[in-house]
Design a protein around this ligand. Sequence first.
Ligand code: ATP
Length: 311
Amino acid sequence: MIPASDADRVHVRAPGKVNLFLEVGAAMPDGYHELATAFQAVSLYEDVWATASDDFTIEVTGSVDTSGVPLDDRNLALRAARLLARKTGQAGGVHLHVRKGVPVAGGMGGGSADAAAALVACDALWGTELTNAQLHQLAARLGADVPFSLHGGTAVGTGRGDELSAALARGRFEWVFATDAEGLSTPDVYTELDAHRERRRTDIAPAPTQPFVDPDVLHALRAGDPVRLAACLRNDLQAAALNLRPELAEVLELGESAGALAGIVSGSGPTVAFLCEAPEAALDVRVALAALGRDAFHAHGPVPGARLLPA
Ligand code: ATP
């Protein structure tokens, strides 16, 4: 007989992401920025198991340091479960077990992946059977990166990054992610970007009024060409993240001199992503980073979005 814990438990896996391109517009009156970004989902995963319960509770474990993850209603996975219950009139609660494989506060959308996974897991557990469009709508209410974690693959995001359209990507891209022991707060990085633009307003280009993704990025993805993609990686948040964490410049330099095609700060950082031509080059980059005392993970993209796995 199948143990009750396996039979009654739903398992969903959702990926972390890297922004291949991120152009950030000027701050809007509500403090948010209009973005144009190209995301790729990568093979660092968050696993979420959902079990029916009277209440809403969570436990968090993982292969990364989980000490910065809130265990109360600030946790995005719990907020996702409560939102779905409210919207569908679900009477009961859920116990969520989150196993994190994406660095916390690392600019790789780990919390967003937990929220996407919790939505899909609770939808299956409670049999609420929402459409993809309904799930997407709830995801966008939880955070700008949550819809992408549902979607997965490679996509262009506009608006706050939550208006998605799929981007065709051929083949498999090899990445090395160099993590930092201490995370960076996404709002702090945006504030620093605004200040940076203000300080240097005479000698840097102003914030674009209508951000857009460079077509070269889409051509490189369609061609499955990492060399071409490396030439057009861009992240407007990188200068701000480097101001807040100057030692990242050394990490970028080291990865590139160890054979990466290009390095870029991932999202709001402080994780640094290195695009490599082949798995062998990725191994060289990892070894070089380890010698500097940096934890680094080899991953690939694109991978699918949040999906149910067998219990
Ligand atoms: P962002 O999606 O804002 O770019 P990030 O990818 O840099 O964020 P996350 O790991 O998502 O980083 O965490 C950002 C912050 O969100 C954490 O410092 C934490 O306080 C809070 N948080 C809420 N829920 C979660 C969760 N399930 N996992 C991790 N952090 C969470």
